[in-house]
Design a protein around this ligand. Structure first.
Ligand SMILES: N[C@@H](CCC(=O)N[C@@H](CS)C(=O)NCC(=O)O)C(=O)O
Length: 222
């Protein structure tokens, strides 16, 4: 099989999505962590990241003549490359719903988490409280989708991987899911104990510990 290199970052949620997917698929992907520090963030950028991604971001995947970026694009490539175990449902309606949930996670749930990242020293102020409230509404929305199904789109899919990583960052930014959404807490436990996910959680635990950053309880248990 063609050598595959995944550029990610030690605390990159989008990189972790791709890494979990590779592990779920049993794909032999070499993970290269680009430089990342609290002080300089993602600078200097890795030359391969700059060459492949005009957005200058990880994750980037190199697989022979395939050189792609964006976690969702990488999901799609993995799914074609190794269809089993399937991480999208096969029925068109269910697949469309799962894809939408994956997009929802990155582009609807995550934006208030990004806002909260820059408000960590002002958590008592209105903009931070609004972001936390918005995140809480999204958790409540998902709680109802988990009635009668174990995962966000029925079976375990890329949507679960995406939302698991997004909620991990929300928890780090002090907007964790709570006892108000018990089905979601059970879902988090189910996903966290999957071997592919717990391997990446242990990596996060090690990095957060090394950088002296807070470790949410569900990561500490990994
Ligand atoms: N939509 C992209 C988002 C990628 C992204 O935001 N990557 C972050 C790390 S998690 C990054 O490289 N940030 C550095 C920068 O923007 O300079 C994806 O799904 O891959």
């Amino acid at each position: 099989m063609t050598r595959m290199i995944l550029y990610s970052g030690p605390l990159s949620m989008f990189g972790a999505k791709a890494q979990i997917a590779a592990l779920e698929k049993g794909l032999p992907v070499e993970v290269v962590m680009v430089p990342f520090t609290a002080e300089h963030r993602y600078e200097p950028k890795h030359p391969d990241v700059l060459r492949v991604n005009p957005k200058r971001q990880v994750p980037v995947l190199l697989a022979g003549s395939v050189e792609i970026f964006d976690s969702t694009q990488i999901f799609e490539y993995f799914e074609h490359l190794r269809p089993q175990p399937a991480l999208w449902p096969s029925a068109p309606e269910a697949r469309a719903a799962a894809r939408l949930r994956e997009l929802w996670s990155d582009e609807v749930f995550f934006p208030p988490v990004i806002r909260l990242m820059s408000l960590q020293d002002r958590l008592g102020e209105a903009p931070a409280r609004q972001a936390v409230e918005e995140i809480g509404l999204r958790y409540a929305e998902l709680e109802s989708t988990l009635t009668g199904q174990a995962h966000l789109a029925g079976e375990y899919t890329y949507a679960d991987i995406a939302f698991f990583m997004a909620q991990l960052f929300a928890a780090r930014m002090r907007a964790p899911m709570t006892a108000a959404t018990p089905r979601l807490l059970d879902w988090r436990e189910r996903v966290a104990t999957r071997p592919a996910v717990s391997a990446v959680l242990r990596q996060f635990k090690e990095t957060l510990g090394r950088m002296g950053l807070g470790i949410p309880d569900f990561i500490a248990r990994a």
